[in-house]
Design a protein around this ligand. Structure first.
Ligand code: ADP
Ligand code: ZN
Ligand code: MG
Length: 480
């Protein structure tokens, strides 16, 4: 029997608010344990939570960006369970009335657009963090993270392959990062994903028994975990065994998933509306206000970059992977209207320097205007492309303008035909054996001659002129 995989993702995005969701404590990462805490997020008796308006703003933005319907009235609910990192004994989440439902994200998979539906988006608080140190006789708990706001985004089981799952996740990550509501960092856990997967015979409409995978901290690991789990489930089904509904942990080092616990049922959580929090009422005006703050999103930008600049897909993917890089590109093109050349320089020279100095495009020492000026100097023949690379490095380290560096260091291209002819004749004269070999058909020696000429001009000879003059002279010596 042939099986197909059915996958649905539950994603948690930690929000970039200054303060927690129900109190005024800071959300700053990396503070001394238990310093960003107060009676509310520590779950002391008698305290009352008050919702952070920013969290609702961010949820509305994401709902708009993912084509969801926004509930005019939504509620917080208590999800009850016991765990040492959960001081109240319940997590404040949303249950029956989430803030948003019924959206979708379009994902391009192998040239086809796949629409992955989103079942719901809800707001909730994060738990604290347990610290198990094998050199200590006990475990510790840090409540700095308790009450940090999260959005949970639950997809419909519309995903069919591990690759598709990774692409959906990337698309969602790009959206939250573009919106500026989450930093999207999977390694640090501010963007995390649980993956649900089941198999069913191809053609069947029913859903099979699923397992839920946790502990994947990169796109690659989500894909690998799903690939492993699909293979594991298929082997069981082929042996006529049954799949147990359970939560499984991905072990990246071993490349396997390991059963962790039987999946809890919804009634285990004894959900009920949180009586301490008023319903969230969202009117049209609030939604419209948020809509105005939404930037051009990755999919629209992708389409526009292809149309407006005619760039290859590969270039576009890298440029739009970072909104500030895309902005940098567009700004440079505004001053120097050759999109492909600008893209080439950004993707090679600029990105290399940015990576090396750990900088972002928005605080790059070479402004778009200055990069454009450098490209102009190549374009009008003042300097060669090769020299331009060293000029660029100096621009980056000194912050100087291209034209100033070229003037200061005398890097202007030698395009004086008389002078070049003289140099080329000298080179030919001092390498009679190479000339002879060239004449006998070793045409690749052309590169050797060009190299010698560049050496004598410190790389400043105009390459086009050099090629012209050199081939003429070599042809003459062939005839002579
Ligand atoms: P649970 O009750 O186990 O939490 P839900 O119905 O709430 O399951 O769905 C949680 C996630 O699992 C959703 O993303 C959903 O699309 C996905 N999902 C649900 N059933 C299946 C299934 N049989 N196979 C794969 N994914 C599923
Ligand atoms: Zn607090
Ligand atoms: Mg559920």
């Amino acid at each position: 029997m042939e099986y197909e995989a059915v996958i649905g993702l539950e994603v948690h995005a930690q929000l970039l608010t200054e303060t927690k969701i129900f109190c005024g404590c800071s959300t700053k990462f990396g503070a001394e344990p238990n310093t960003n805490v107060c009676p509310v997020c520590l779950g002391m008796p008698g305290v009352l939570p008050v919702v952070n308006r920013k969290v609702v703003d961010f949820a509305i933005k994401l709902a708009i960006a993912t084509n969801c319907s926004i509930a005019s009235v939504s509620r917080f609910a208590r999800k009850n369970y016991f765990y040492p990192d959960l001081p109240k004994g319940y997590q404040i989440s949303q249950y029956k009335l989430p803030i948003a439902e019924n959206g979708w994200i379009d994902v391009e998979v192998g040239g086809n657009v796949r629409r992955i539906r989103i079942r719901r988006i809800h707001m909730e608080e994060d738990a604290g963090k347990l610290i198990h140190d094998e050199h200590q006789p006990m475990s510790y708990v840090d409540f700095n993270r308790a009450g940090v706001p999260l959005l949970e985004i639950v997809s419909e089981p519309d995903i069919r392959t591990p690759e598709e799952a990774a692409l959906y996740l990337k698309a969602l990550r790009d959206i939250v990062v573009y919106l500026g509501i989450c930093d999207g960092n999977m390694e640090e856990g501010s963007f995390r994903c649980d993956a649900n997967v089941s198999l069913r015979p191809i053609g069947s409409r029913e859903l099979g028994v699923k397992t839920e995978l946790k502990n994947m901290n990169s796109f690659r690991n989500v894909q690998r975990a799903l690939e492993f789990e699909i293979r594991r489930q298929r082997a069981l089904l082929e042996r006529g065994e049954r799949i147990t509904q359970e939560t499984r942990l991905w072990d990246a080092a071993k490349g396997v998933t390991i059963g962790m616990r039987a999946k809890e049922e919804e009634h285990d959580y004894r959900y009920f509306p949180d009586p301490d929090l008023v319903p969230i009422v969202i009117d049209k005006a609030w939604i419209e206000k948020m809509r105005k703050t939404i930037p051009e999103l990755p999919n629209e930008k992708r389409r526009r970059f292809a149309e407006e600049y005619g760039l290859p897909e590969k270039d576009i993917e890298i440029l739009i992977s970072d909104r500030s890089l895309a902005d940098y590109f567009e700004e440079t093109v505004r001053y120097f209207n050759n999109p492909k050349m600008v893209s080439n320089w950004i993707l090679s020279e600029l990105l290399r320097e940015l990576n090396r100095s750990n900088c972002s495009p928005s605080n790059c020492p070479v402004s778009p205007q200055n990069l454009a000026q450098l490209l102009e100097l190549i374009d009008n023949g003042t300097i060669s492309g090769k020299i331009a690379k060293t000029v660029f490095e100096e621009m980056y380290s000194s912050g100087k303008k291209a034209s100033d560096i070229v003037k200061e260091r005398g890097l202007k291209q030698v395009a004086d035909e008389g002078l070049l002819e003289q140099i080329i004749e000298e080179v030919i004269r001092s390498h009679p054996t190479e000339v002879e070999r060239y004449c006998r058909g070793e045409v690749k020696l052309m590169g050797f001659f060009v190299g010698q000429i560049m050496k004598r001009t410190q790389g400043k000879a105009n390459p086009k002129l050099v090629n012209e003059i050199l081939s003429n002279k070599l042809k003459n010596s062939q005839q002579g």
